[in-house]
Structure formats: structure tokens, C-alpha cells
Design a protein around this ligand. Structure first.
Ligand code: 5CA
Length: 455
């Protein structure tokens, strides 16, 4: 198994000192500068080790919450045949956003922008009875949409990672309950990532249907204008328990006004929200859920038998989370003028160990190196993810890099630490520096383990 900790001298973490000119918003700038991503071509990004770790952590939280809610993970290919899209009627309508491909036999394929057609095909091949429902399948897979204006780095990419779930129910009443289950699981996903999600009534666009909510994180650089009641910001989704009534949760969370620009009704907003509670702000859409009934099951002929022996088209919904967009959204939500401030749940490493003796001809270098080496080994044994800065770099550069990278803690060890018999532990978020006695340095790792368990 891979060890949790790494040495920077052996790692691939290319940080940039200067702001890249092409990045218009802070998350894009910091993601490039902290060595998380590199652009391939417009809207398409490479994920370097640090960024890839964050992406995987987000993916894992999404996965855990979906599995806990009883949904089943599958993996569908990125490449899809055109026929199903011709059957559903979306092949022409999707327009230039769809990347169309021909194989060597001149067969029309495409790089999937979403999976309603493909999943309906999987369903119709195998499920024939209401007895097997409700069923919710999901996957975490790359999508391609040839956006007119890819921008803001991974926020609006052309190739991006999405978690998409698809639900199948025998009738509208059952499908409604499914919608509530997903709604509650979404609230938990975003809250575990450290975000405050606000579900808002939203338009359905090319996915279709008549019931839809977007999950919005407020941020100045968000692409949409949103309107909501301020009290929604005080709700805490982590209070939601597995066996709570999901319909109740849905009703509680949707009784106060919250709508995206497209669905906004100014009169209703003014009538139902007191002036001093009205929020008009920018928001980032991190998730979007849709109920569209038999929009795809009719043209694609996905039928099931009912208890009375008759047949009906299965009722469906689809539910997306922007996994790669989330990395950008998290940086938008958590940063200062020095760099990123990762929430512990998704930080690429738990702690940085900064060796101040590695560069100059420090007479204490041997002792300091040995101490750091010992801590590095200990972190591996204890399962704490530590990023050891053993680089031959100036101290100023090291401090700047670690503030930029933004791990929750920095443990700083140099001559002063030896002299005082204690290291400095800096909390990246609060800036508070604590002295930790060298003979009790394990307590830092214990603390991190406890903090992570509490998440
Ligand atoms: N099939 C449905 C639900 S699974 C669907 O495709 N919904 S979506 O179009 O709203 O996308 C789901 C989520 O993917 C969005 O909420 C957003 O967070 C993310 N997303 C959409 N387009 C992009 C993009 N161009 N770049 C990055 N993330 C995107």
C-alpha cells in the first residue's frame, strides 16, 4: 500500500511564484500556482499529484454518502453510441456542445455529456418488474461538453468529472420519495465538504422535466445570480440523520424562498422575505437534480409490469454533482491573500513539515534532519498524511509555498526549535502558532487523527 506521507524532494509539486495571466478568478490562479492542475487546451486540464489527491477525496465523500443512502455504483464508458440519442430525440437538439466522433467503420459515436440515454438502455435490458424498484444507480465519470466559453479553470471546463445518479420508480408517488432521498443525501455531501449548500428551484434546460433544484454555494465569483432567505444560511445539513423523514427534510429546506435567476419571481420574493433577510448574491452551482418522469423511458421504451399486470413506462430522475468543479468551488470558499486554506476533509495532506535547515549551512542541520526524518517515519506509521518539505530552498520560499498550498497545519523545525526544545505548529486557517515540546510531538499527530475522525 502507498505510504501516506511524501518528501517534497521526491514529489512532483511544481508551484508558481507569479500569477498566471490567463487566470481571471482566484481559484483558477491558486490551483495553477499551487501545482494542482495544468491546462492542456482550453477547458481541459491535467490533474497533478496534489490536485488529483483533492479530487479523489471529494470523489470518496460523494461515494460514501451515495452508498450510505442505498444507491449503487457502476461505471459507464465515456464513449456512447449515437443511436440511443437519436431514439430519445436529443441527438440533433444537443447541438455543438456534443463532441461527435466517428469510428473506423463510420459509426457515429460521441463523448458523453450526460448519461440519461445510456442508463435507460441498461435498465430496459434487465429490469422488467415493479418489484425491482426503486433503483438508483450512479457513476463518477468524465464528461465532455464543448462549452462556448470554457472559463474559470475547472469551474466551467469542457472535460469535467461528474457524479451522476439515475433513479427508476414505478410511479410518480414513489419517484417523489426518491427525489427527497437524493435531496437529503446531497445536503450531507456538500456539508461534509465544509460547504453551506442552498437548494434552489431551478430550470431544467436540456435534461428536461418539471421538477429541479440546484445546490448553490454563495461566492462572489459564482456564475449565477441567486435570491434567497438569509435564514437558510443557518441550516446545518449535518444534523440530518440516516432515518430522518426525507420528505420532512425537503419541506423544511424548501419552505423559505430560494431561486436561481431563471426561476426568480421578484413579487413573491418581496412578499415572502422581509427586506432585511433578502439575499441577492452570486452563487456556484455544485449540484443539480432533476425529475423528468417518462421523458426518456417513452422514446427508449423502458417498460415495467405493475402489480395489476398492466405495463407502464418507468419514472426517472437524474442527479449530478460537479466533482471537478467542486475543487474550484472549495478554493473560492476557502482562501486568503496568501493562498488556499483547505478544509480538513479534503486537504491533500493533513500537515506540512517544514525543515528550515535544509538550505543553508546550518550547524544543527544533522540534528534537525534526523528529527524531521523521525517525524516523517512516525507520520507514516500513524497514518497521518504529511508533506515533508526537505527541499534545498530558501526559508522565505518555503513559507510562501506552504501558505499557498494551504494544508491545515504547518510544523516548523529549525535551530530555534532545537534551542527551545519545542517546534512551532501553525494553524493555516487561524494563523495561531503554538509551541509543541519536542518530546511530545506525537500529540500533534494524535490530534489530527482525532479531528479527522470527528468529521
Ligand atoms: N444529467 C444531469 C444530472 S446527472 C446533468 O447533467 N446535470 S447538469 O448538467 O446540471 O450537470 C451536473 C453538475 O455538473 C452541475 O451541477 C455542475 O456542478 C457540473 N457541471 C456542469 N457543467 C460543467 C462544466 N462545464 N464544468 C464543470 N462542471 C460542470
Amino acid at each position: 500500500m502507498q505510504k501516506p506521507s511524501v518528501k517534497m524532494s521526491e514529489y512532483f509539486l511544481p508551484t508558481l511564484k507569479e500569477d498566471p495571466a490567463e487566470a481571471a478568478i482566484i481559484s483558477h490562479r491558486y490551483m495553477l500556482r499551487a501545482g494542482l492542475i495544468r491546462q492542456s487546451v482550453a477547458g481541459i486540464y491535467h490533474w497533478l499529484p496534489l490536485g488529483f489527491k483533492v479530487l479523489k477525496k471529494i470523489e470518496q465523500i460523494v461515494r460514501e454518502e451515495q452508498d450510505n443512502a442505498g444507491f449503487h455504483e457502476i461505471l459507464m464508458p465515456t464513449i456512447q453510441p449515437a443511436e440511443m440519442w437519436q431514439q430519445s430525440g436529443r441527438y440533433d437538439g444537443y447541438g455543438k456542445e456534443m463532441l461527435r466522433i466517428k469510428d473506423r467503420n463510420d459509426r457515429d459515436l460521441l463523448y458523453g455529456p450526460t448519461n440519461e440515454e445510456v442508463i435507460t438502455d441498461i435498465f430496459r435490458q434487465s429490469v422488467t418488474s415493479y418489484k425491482e424498484l426503486p433503483l438508483i444507480l450512479y457513476h463518477i465519470q468524465w464528461k465532455f461538453r464543448d462549452e462556448i466559453r470554457p472559463r474559470f479553470g475547472v469551474m466551467r471546463g469542457r472535460e469535467f468529472l461528474m457524479k451522476d445518479a439515475y433513479s427508476f420508480d414505478k410511479d410518480d408517488a414513489s419517484a417523489e420519495q426518491t427525489y427527497y432521498r437524493i435531496f437529503a443525501s446531497y445536503l450531507r455531501i456538500f456539508a461534509r465538504l465544509g460547504l453551506k449548500p442552498i437548494p434552489m428551484r431551478a430550470e431544467t434546460g436540456p435534461i428536461g422535466g418539471d421538477k429541479s433544484h440546484e445546490f448553490i454555494v454563495l461566492a462572489e465569483t459564482g456564475e449565477s445570480t441567486v435570491y434567497c432567505h438569509q435564514d437558510l444560511l443557518d441550516y446545518n445539513p449535518l444534523d440530518i440523520k440516516a432515518d430522518d423523514d426525507k420528505q420532512q427534510i425537503f419541506e423544511d429546506w424548501t419552505k423559505l424562498y430560494a431561486a436561481t435567476e431563471d426561476m426568480h419571481e421578484a413579487d413573491k420574493f418581496n412578499q415572502t422575505v422581509p427586506k432585511d433577510k433578502q439575499i441577492e448574491a452570486r452563487g456556484i452551482e455544485v449540484g443539480h437534480i432533476f425529475y423528468f418522469g417518462d421523458k426518456y423511458s417513452i422514446p427508449l421504451k423502458a417498460e415495467i409490469s405493475l402489480p395489476d399486470g398492466t405495463a407502464t413506462h418507468v419514472k426517472m430522475g437524474s442527479y449530478g454533482v460537479g466533482v471537478s468543479r467542486m475543487v474550484g468551488a472549495l478554493v473560492e470558499a476557502f482562501h486568503d491573500d496568501k493562498g488556499i486554506i483547505w478544509p480538513q476533509a479534503v486537504a491533500p495532506f493533513d500537515i506540512a513539515l517544514i525543515n528550515l535547515a535544509a538550505h543553508d549551512n546550518n550547524p544543527d542541520a544533522d540534528k534537525i534532519n534526523a528529527l524531521c526524518e523521525d517525524l516523517f517515519n512516525k507520520s507514516n506509521e500513524m497514518g497521518v498524511e504529511l508533506l515533508y518539505d526537505d527541499r534545498d530552498e530558501r526559508v522565505g520560499r518555503k513559507f510562501a509555498d506552504h501558505d499557498l498550498i494551504g494544508l491545515p497545519y504547518q510544523l516548523i523545525i529549525g535551530t530555534k526549535a532545537l534551542k527551545n526544545n519545542s517546534a512551532e505548529l501553525k494553524n493555516r486557517k487561524t494563523g495561531v502558532v503554538e509551541a509543541i515540546p519536542l518530546d511530545n510531538i506525537n500529540s500533534v499527530f494524535d490530534r489530527i487523527i482525532q479531528e479527522k475522525q470527528a468529521l
